[in-house]
Write a protein that binds this ligand. Structure first.
Ligand SMILES: Nc1ncnc2c1ncn2[C@@H]1O[C@H](COP(=O)(O)OP(=O)(O)OP(=O)(O)O)[C@@H](O)[C@H]1O
Ligand SMILES: [Mg+2]
Length: 245
């Protein structure tokens, strides 16, 4: 089991690494010297207050945004187009096509030239949308749309899966279903980078927790160490406020 220090000292070529990222559109330094080294598999959580920069961090790691300075690497090399093709993201607000449930997944499969109705139906079953193939995606509930967005992400059999609060609008049973899927993905060797405000979820799922504050990672530890004895003032304040609530 790694301790707090060794997560911070993980070799930059271990898996996904961001080094001294800066992102400052206009004059606001939204990401301000962010460094994060993750292994190439497992579930790793980003937590922190609203506006800390968690969603921006996922976008930078996934290459949807280009940093003004700093680098994102996969196994020590600059992230290539083929590396990124093996990554998928579930956004904080689901991104879906105005088509049927099945067509939403088929579109992703066709883009990878791997259209396969059996695989698609298995995916929909996996996210609890069995038998909903013909329903227009826009008529799904918010939580169902989020689960369809996860099915779309899984359709590419991602090597790296970014998830931005994927269970925020889900009922407890649906949230548990998503958590089980993430555990299965970890078992298959996928790297899952999960943003969550659900501290219980981070405790249940994460191999490590990185705390984001004002555009930087101020602490990155094993989940056990993080919740047992957070070292940063910011994480201590965040956790103590939660306990008061
Ligand atoms: N394109 C942009 N231009 C200017 N400011 C932005 C832009 N995108 C995000 N921000 C700001 O950057 C900060 C970080 O945003 P981000 O969405 O990463 O926060 P977050 O940690 O994900 O918060 P939440 O928990 O509310 O989802 C916020 O103050 C946000 O308003
Ligand atoms: Mg966010």
């Amino acid at each position: 089991m790694r301790d707090t220090a060794s997560y911070l000292e993980l070799e930059a070529d271990a898996g996904l690494s961001a080094t001294d990222l800066h992102y400052a559109p206009g004059r606001s330094r939204l990401i301000d010297g962010l460094t994060l080294h993750l292994p190439d598999s497992g579930i790793h959580c980003l937590i922190g207050p609203n506006g800390a920069g968690k969603s921006l961090t996922l976008r930078l790691l996934h290459g949807l945004l280009t940093p003004d300075a700093g680098a994102v690497r996969w196994r020590g090399d600059t992230m290539s187009a083929s590396d990124r093709v093996a990554q998928a993201m579930v956004f904080q607000k689901p991104v879906l096509l105005r088509r049927s449930v099945a067509a939403n997944v088929d579109f992703v499969l066709k883009s990878r030239r791997s259209a396969d109705p059996t695989f698609r139906d298995a995916l929909l079953k996996r996210v609890g949308l069995e038998g909903r193939n013909r329903q227009p995606a826009r008529l799904l509930s918010g939580g169902e749309q989020q689960r369809l967005a996860l099915a779309r992400a899984l359709a590419i059999r991602p090597r790296v899966l970014f998830l931005d609060e994927p269970t925020a609008s889900l009922d407890p049973n649906s949230a548990r279903l998503i958590e089980e899927i993430l555990c299965e993905e970890r078992h298959h060797g996928t790297l899952c980078v999960l943003v969550t405000h659900d501290v219980g979820q981070a405790r249940r799922l994460a191999d490590s927790v990185a705390f984001v504050s004002v555009g930087r990672i101020v602490e990155h530890s094993t989940t056990d160490a993080f919740f047992r004895a957070p070292v940063s003032r910011e994480a201590r304040a965040y956790l103590s406020n939660l306990m008061v609530l």
